[in-house]
Write a protein that binds this ligand. Sequence first.
Ligand SMILES: *Cc1c(COP(=O)(O)O)cnc(C)c1O
Length: 395
Amino acid sequence: MITPRAAARAARLPAGELPAYLYDLAALDEHAREIRAALPERVELYYAAKANPAPELLRTLAPHVTGYEVSSGGELAHVRAAVPGLPLAFGGPGKTEEELRAALRLGVERFHVESEHELRLLAALAAEQPGDAPADLLLRVNLPVGEGELGGAALAMGGRPGPFGLDPRRAEACLPLLRGGRLRLRGVHAHLASGLDATALLAVAGRVTGWARAFADRHGLALSEVNAGGGMAVDYARPHARFDWTAYGKGMADLAAAHPGLTLRIEPGRALTAHCGWYVTEVLDLKHSHGEAFAVLRGGTHHLRTPAAKAHDQPFTVLPVDTWERPWPRPAALDEPVTLSGQLCTPKDTLARRVPVAELRVGDRVAFAMAGAYAWNISHHDFLMHPAPSFHYLS
Ligand SMILES: *Cc1c(COP(=O)(O)O)cnc(C)c1O
């Protein structure tokens, strides 16, 4: 659950540097290499930067990815500066005029267009730009998915009414907007859910590709790309488990073979980076309240909001610290379930609930795993004005 490199650093960190985020960049490099190797050549791998946009992670991924998916003007500028020269796909709902102008100026490789209005806006702005290079785009479609297909998804963003992408019945209405302008339709994008296993995601990729092919054939369009999105599951209840990239790669190879000439693309976020990060802190207080043990940690969900946002127990490892210099007995939980909470004055500041531990004492360190994605960057850092954690990138 914690790599030896990260565990050694977590134990050595001076107390003044806790809480700390540790990232094992060597483990990330290895993980990304394995994922790339499991995918067929015709599948391009993009990293969804919103999962964790730390420049150190973006750069570690660079040798293994074709490009990055960015979902705001902020991410666009940040990723361009961190890994210059690598292709960017600009997606996300509610793109502003300023963001679209910046993306046209920077020359992003792909626009993922979310609506007819956005397509009109992009066409108008592209027409104002000097030069004659077309803006390449994919239409993001919110495709209906089969009954139960997204059943296991932790976070469904499509296949039902929602703000993401185009209703497929409106895709046709977009075609006249593409004529004669400075826009070039390359294909279709769909990101329908996060938290799916390989079988479910292959079904989704097959459905998206089939829909794109039929749409292109119906209208005599040249279809060259399908982006099947991200959403490869990470399982917080099974921190040792990994998404089955081998099975997924085999399925994608079959899909590629059935559609010669088509470039397939995926854009995972969490499945690339979740496992390479840990949030390390220490037990400040430990008490029993109405028969249950509570450990209060330095830090909390203002640094690691993931367990509060997803209502799960963040998996953790206890790193015992044996020195105790106070003249009074050391508060401890022994062989019992403990609830791990933070320093915020709210019951929502809980990182793990009633998890059995052999021993947990004031002063012991705790390393929360799977904190490499949607962790620090989704947290409400300023609530209660506690200090920020320190950050350590291990290579
Ligand atoms: C968030 C997002 C992703 C990445 O999702 P993960 O669950 O982190 O793999 C990919 N594409 C789009 C459009 C997204 O919004």
